[in-house]
Design a protein around this ligand. Structure first.
Ligand SMILES: [Zn+2]
Length: 249
């Protein structure tokens, strides 16, 4: 085979055709009650972008999740988003500065280390919002995330990541809440066609309702990911991100 092309070919390990990461935000109790039992039954590892308060409420179970190989990521301390969300109105990104955000990222890492004994290496932007301030004074906090973390996870995007191209400080993630297995399989198959990294994002895990990954869809995705014929590598954001970083050095 002639190899005069200057284009770097990207290859997933062991001949895999695509990578998938399952991510769950805010440390909702249903992740402990309904999500982790499914993941652990399949021996698959996911990434949890936790809020600190809910971790304190279920500390033993979250420590068990760490012991079972799941990743714990940083999701800030106070979950600031645009004040257009009523829940964020008294703590809006529009009132933040970069210094305040940097302190919050550090303090969240410190709190997680104290509680769970692991230091997060990846981050998820609350609400997928990546700015502080207003108008002409708006600043992106992506550079802060790039400085403090190996991967920053975006939210509610439309396309999986091209592993040879994607900016690891703002990798894309597609919404899995409320999705059927048929829809998720379509996203997976599209990633396979492109050799991509599909990151799915969810909140609750259960039988239905708002912001909920359907337990039966999660079960079916796990089965699909584990079938060697499908050529999928399912692992945490940190593990797949580190693989991509290593291919770039
Ligand atoms: Zn969140």
């Amino acid at each position: 085979m002639p190899s005069h092309s200057s284009i770097q070919q990207f290859h997933w390990p062991k001949g895999k055709k695509a990578a998938i990461s399952l991510t769950f935000d805010d440390a909702r109790p249903s992740q402990i009650d309904n999500g982790l039992p499914i993941l652990d039954a399949h021996n698959l590892k996911a990434t949890f972008y936790v809020s600190v308060g809910p971790v304190e409420q279920r500390l033993t179970e979250w420590r068990n999740a760490v012991a079972n190989g799941h990743e714990i990521g940083n999701h800030t301390l106070s979950h600031p988003c645009s004040g257009n969300f009523a829940f964020a109105r008294n703590n809006p990104l529009e009132d933040y500065t970069l210094d305040r955000m940097e302190n919050e990222l550090r303090n969240a890492n410190h709190a997680i280390e104290q509680l769970l004994g692991v230091k997060p290496t990846t981050f998820a932007y609350p609400c997928g919002h990546k700015f502080v301030g207003r108008g002409e004074a708006v600043k992106s906090y992506v550079p802060l995330v790039a400085r403090h973390f190996r991967v920053g996870r975006n939210a509610f995007n439309e396309i999986h990541n091209d592993p040879a191209f994607t900016d690891l400080a703002q990798v894309t993630a597609l919404d899995a809440d409320g999705a059927s297995f048929e829809y998720l399989k379509m996203l997976i198959d599209r990633a396979v066609a492109d050799g991509g990294w599909l990151i799915l994002l969810g909140h609750e895990v259960g039988a239905g309702g708002g912001q909920t990954v359907l337990a039966e869809a999660l079960e079916a995705v796990c089965m699909y990911a584990q079938n060697p014929a499908n050529g999928l590598w399912m692992d945490t954001v940190a593990t797949i991100g580190d693989y991509i970083i290593q291919t770039r050095t």
